[in-house]
Design a protein around this ligand. Sequence first.
Ligand SMILES: [Fe+2]
Length: 281
Amino acid sequence: MERRFDRSVEDLGNIGAFEHVNVTVPDQRLATLFYVDSLGLTRDPYLKTGLDNMWVNIGRNQFHLPTNKPQVVRGVIGIVVPDRTALVKRLERLHKSEGGRFDFREFDNYVDATCPWGNRIRCHFPESRNGGMTLGLKYLEFTVPIGTADGIARFYRQVMRTPASVSDDRGRHAHVPVGIGQYFNFRETADPIPEYDGHHVQVYVADFSGPYRELLGKGLISEESDQHQYRFEDLVDLETGAPLFTIEHEVRSMRHPMFMRPLVNRNPAQDNRNYQPGHDA
Ligand SMILES: [Fe+2]
C-alpha cells in the first residue's frame, strides 16, 4: 500500500527561527550563577566576553544579557534542557548558596526557575512533544489583555506572514509559530500586566521586505538597524491601529551574517571529579 504522509506538518511560516531573548541584568556575577552555573548553559566564548554584556548559548539559541537595570519578560520563557535530575541538583545548590535569592519549583512535567530579578524560566525536558529539541529556547508565553488574542494573531498572519491562530486551550491565546518547534503564545489574562520595560526578542524571517513594507506603511518601524535588520515594538489592531501589546522584535533577514552561526554548548555534567575525556561538548 502507498504510504501517506501529512505533508502540511512540515510547513514553516515566514518566521524561520526565534534566536534570542534579550533582558538586561544589573549584576553579571549573579547572572553567571543563574544562567551558566545553575541552568547549565554556556557563555558564548567568542562574542560579548566582558562585563558589559554576556551572551549565553542554549542549543541554537541565546539569552542576551547586557548590564543595566533589570528587565523582566511579561510572561514565561520556555526552554528545553537535557537532564531534569542534574538541573534540580544545580538549582538546589544555588538556592542554598545564594540564600534563596533564586527560586525554583518542581512540577510533574517541568521545573520553574526564577532568575534573581524575576524572569520565569520554565524548564522542559527532551520528549516527543518537544519536537526532538534537547536544548533550546522553545517558546515565550506572554500575558496580554483580555480581547487582544484575535488581533495579535491577525497581526502576525498579515504583517509577519506566519500562520498564527487563536485557541481556547487553557484560556484564550494567540499561537504564533516562530521556527522549527518554536512558538510565541499571547495568553489573555484579567490580571494586571506590568509596564513594558524594553526587553526584546529576535527572529529570522524569509520574506524580509514584505513585513517591512507593511510595518513602514503603518508607522511601526522603530529602528532601521542596518541592511539585514530592522525593529518594531507594537503589535496593533490592523483595523483601528490601536496597540494591543508591546514587545520589541529585532527582525533579521536570513542573509544576516549571524544566521545559523554555530554556537558552542558544553556538557554541564562534566566536572574535575567525574571527568570523562571526550564528553565536554
Ligand atoms: Fe538582540
